[in-house]
Design a protein around this ligand. Structure first.
Ligand SMILES: Nc1nc2c(ncn2[C@@H]2O[C@H](COP(=O)(O)OP(=O)(O)OP(=O)(O)O)[C@@H](O)[C@H]2O)c(=O)[nH]1
Ligand SMILES: [Mg+2]
Length: 467
């Protein structure tokens, strides 16, 4: 990735393919100049105002055979609305021009080509946002939030990303950073002027300040566990013995006849997955082969995969057939899953019940996959078991990079805190100082105040072109 920020970049900002409108975005010192050469507008663009004009591509080679005498040469190829955002108060911090034309890939590509012929360069993925970061318009968590927002597949994910874009995390990290900065300054003063004793960094006060910091950091880390669920979603495996209606239940939850259903036990041989939105939570449902001993090689492989899916699932739904006697193999599956997060679905509730559910420690929901009865209750139980409500209330920190660095900071502060206690009467400022400086460095890596080019390249490579 090139980090040059002195040239003018251009890219199509709207998704590939046809659309009502398509936007070409330019940023850099020559953005306005390049745009002026591409459109039929004479004079200055009014900042932050939409100006209706024509796209006139200066290079005739670009869109051939088009000539419109009424508009003059070079030929106009489309209407366009140009909006000029002067730097530094723009997305990138530089002069930005957005040119909206009709969403024709031919026209948009031609505009971009013409722009490059006028001196702009094709933008790399994420380069607009990268410039916004390098020019101090946003910090790193906010830049990352832009990618998350674009990638969000559920409203809750979008909300968490927007929260971060708004600077919620930035604020929390900023407060911790300020507290650390203050402690470090006082400790450094104590080291530099030892004759002043503990005047600058008084022991009890220091310990209390570190305790506060540790508490705030642990809170953030607890948030991170929830945030991960919002971001990555949950794997929910549907398991049970053959023919109890796992695939039927899977299809009912997905809302489509995705998995094959027959009355032959052993129908499902492979894992079938589908992503559903459950109260804003991204849930990957996995339908599995019925668990039983079998000589059939294919089915045996299916059973092995079922067990694998169960092992990695965040939640398992154990499906039992309420219309047939509860047998040993049902009992085995119920016993095997007792230690993990699970729900029990007693299916075929539309038929007369053959047994009564004992008082299991986990909720058992009566459902009928074929009629849809009890499905809302099951969805509700899935959401409840996974704590979706808390997730929605306090979306928290969702990025693993941030969580990793907060953990590093937390460990460093914890070491400093121990050093204070272990120091007995004498406080060894140097050790405490070194730990606190390490914690500060970790926090600065989150916000991007201190970040290597490798990390930046990694973060921005996730972006799409034009963002
Ligand atoms: N009456 C009734 N029949 C159901 C219900 N759910 C599933 N069935 C029937 O039960 C049979 C087995 O359904 P599947 O969904 O294929 O069961 P499975 O657990 O996926 O079976 P395997 O893939 O073989 O492990 C089919 O004939 C379904 O129509 C239900 O709620 N009520
Ligand atoms: Mg099946």
């Amino acid at each position: 990735m090139s980090f040059s920020t002195t040239d003018t970049i251009v890219a199509i900002a709207t998704p590939p393919g046809r659309g009502g409108i398509g936007v070409v975005r330019m940023s850099g010192p020559d953005a306005r100049l390049v745009a002026a050469r591409l459109v039929g507008h004479h004079g200055e663009f009014e900042p932050r105002h939409a100006t209706l004009t024509h796209v006139r591509l200066p290079a005739p080679s670009v869109v051939e055979g088009k000539h419109d005498a009424t508009i003059g040469s070079p030929a106009a190829v489309d209407h366009a609305i140009v909006t000029y955002f002067p730097g530094p108060r723009s997305y990138t911090g530089e002069d930005v021009v957005e040119l909206s034309a009709h969403g024709s890939p031919v026209i948009l590509r031609a505009i971009v080509t013409a722009a490059t012929e006028c001196g702009a360069r094709l933008a790399q993925p994420g380069e607009f946002t990268l410039r916004g970061f390098l020019n101090g318009r946003i910090d790193l968590p906010q830049a990352e939030a832009v990618a998350d927002l674009v990638d969000a597949v559920t409203p809750l994910q979008a909300r968490v990303a927007f929260d971060q874009l708004h600077g919620t995390l930035t604020r929390v990290i900023g407060e911790m950073h300020a507290a650390l900065f203050d402690l470090i300054a006082r400790l450094e003063a104590s080291v530099d002027f030892p004759e002043e004793g503990y005047h600058f960094a008084e022991r009890d006060g220091l310990a209390a300040a570190l305790d506060d910091l540790l508490l705030a950091m642990s809170r953030l880390l607890a948030d991170a566990a929830r945030g991960r669920i919002v971001r990555e979603g949950l794997q929910v495996a549907i398991i049970g013995k053959p023919n109890v209606g796992k695939s039927s239940l899977f299809n009912a939850l997905v809302g489509a006849a995705r998995a094959i259903v027959t009355d032959v036990p052993g129908t499902t041989r492979d894992l079938v997955t589908e992503v559903v939105d459950l109260d804003g939570l991204r849930v990957t449902l996995v339908d599995t082969a019925g668990l039983r001993e079998t000589d059939d090689v294919v089915e045996a492989e299916g059973v092995a995969r079922s067990k694998g899916a169960r092992a990695v699932a965040d939640l398992t739904i154990v499906v039992l057939d309420g219309s047939r006697p509860f047998d040993d193999s049902d009992q085995r599956i119920v016993d095997e899953t007792i230690g993990s997060k699970r729900l029990i679905a007693i299916n075929k509730a539309d038929l007369p019940a053959a047994w009564r559910a004992p008082a299991w420690p986990t909720p058992a929901v009566a459902v009928a996959a074929t009629t849809g009865a009890g499905l809302d209750r099951l969805r509700h139980e899935i959401a409840r078991t996974c704590d979706v409500e808390t997730l929605a209330d306090q979306p928290g920190m969702s990025n693993v990079r941030h969580a990793g660095l907060v953990r590093v900071a937390h460990e460093a502060v914890a070491r400093a805190r121990e050093a204070i206690d272990a120091g007995g009467g004498g406080l060894s400022e140097e050790f405490v100082l070194a730990d606190l400086q390490q914690a500060r460095a970790a926090l600065e890596e989150i916000t991007g105040r201190r970040t290597s080019d490798d990390v930046l390249a990694h973060i921005f490579s996730r972006f799409c072109i034009g963002k």
